[in-house]
Design a binder for this molecule. Structure first.
Ligand code: CA
Length: 219
């Protein structure tokens, strides 16, 4: 699981980073709003801890832009005491939750775990006549069973959670194959091609190629 921490107070950013790394999450940190948007696009985190009062772009602006881009990551806002309007505006803009500073780190970690659990509990998904049951590892298309490997289920889950976003081969290598610098991007392309034959009609409608970059799921 990958977390993006957006916080401009260095001491708090460090505390959050340490605690999240201790829980075993991969952590990236941004200290202003513009950097947060760049890092979110680059590394597609599963969850974003987003301070509201930030240099360059406010956390609310970042939240709005992320949701406009179709980011499906859970977003937890870090709001200042007494800023009731920020909480309401943030939830309206697509944040999933908020904590008010000063907060208990233990409570924040519990909330992070809860959100990540919910995010991973993708049980069933349908697109273009294809139904995928992740819990039972079953898939069918127009009522006809589809033979999908465990890896193909994992690839689909990965794309579904990032639908509308560009996914690079490097991201697939790291997050689905879990190997850094895996030498054969061809392996990934072959898997995608096979998956496309199963879920797409000859020409790719749902798993589309983004030239020179990777793929995008449009289901
Ligand atoms: Ca701040």
């Amino acid at each position: 699981m990958k977390l993006l921490i957006v916080e401009d107070e260095p001491a708090l950013a460090l505390t959050l980073r340490d605690n999240c790394e201790f829980e075993g999450y991969e952590v990236i940190v941004a200290s202003d709003g513009e950097r947060a948007l760049a890092l979110a696009a680059e590394s597609t985190p599963d969850l974003i801890l987003l301070d509201v009062m930030l240099p360059k772009l406010s956390g609310l602006d970042v939240c709005r832009t992320l949701r406009q881009r179709g980011t499906t990551a859970s977003i937890i806002l870090l709001t200042a005491r007494g800023q009731e309007d920020d909480k309401i505006a943030g939830l309206d803009l697509g944040a999933d939750d908020y904590v008010t500073k000063p907060f208990s780190v233990a409570e924040l970690m519990a909330r992070i775990r809860a959100h990540l659990r919910r995010a991973t509990a993708l049980e069933q998904y349908e697109f273009g006549g294809v139904t995928i049951d992740f819990r039972r590892h079953r898939a069918e298309r127009e009522g006809v069973p589809l033979e999908l490997s465990a890896r193909e289920f994992e690839i689909l889950r990965y794309f579904i959670r990032r639908r509308g976003e560009v996914v690079t081969r490097e991201q697939l290598m790291q997050d689905v194959w879990r190997m850094r610098d895996y030498p054969l991007t061809r392996t990934i392309d072959n898997h995608i091609a096979r998956l496309r034959q199963k879920v797409d009609d000859g020409e790719p409608r749902f798993l589309v190629t983004v030239h020179r970059v990777g793929y995008k799921f449009l289901g």
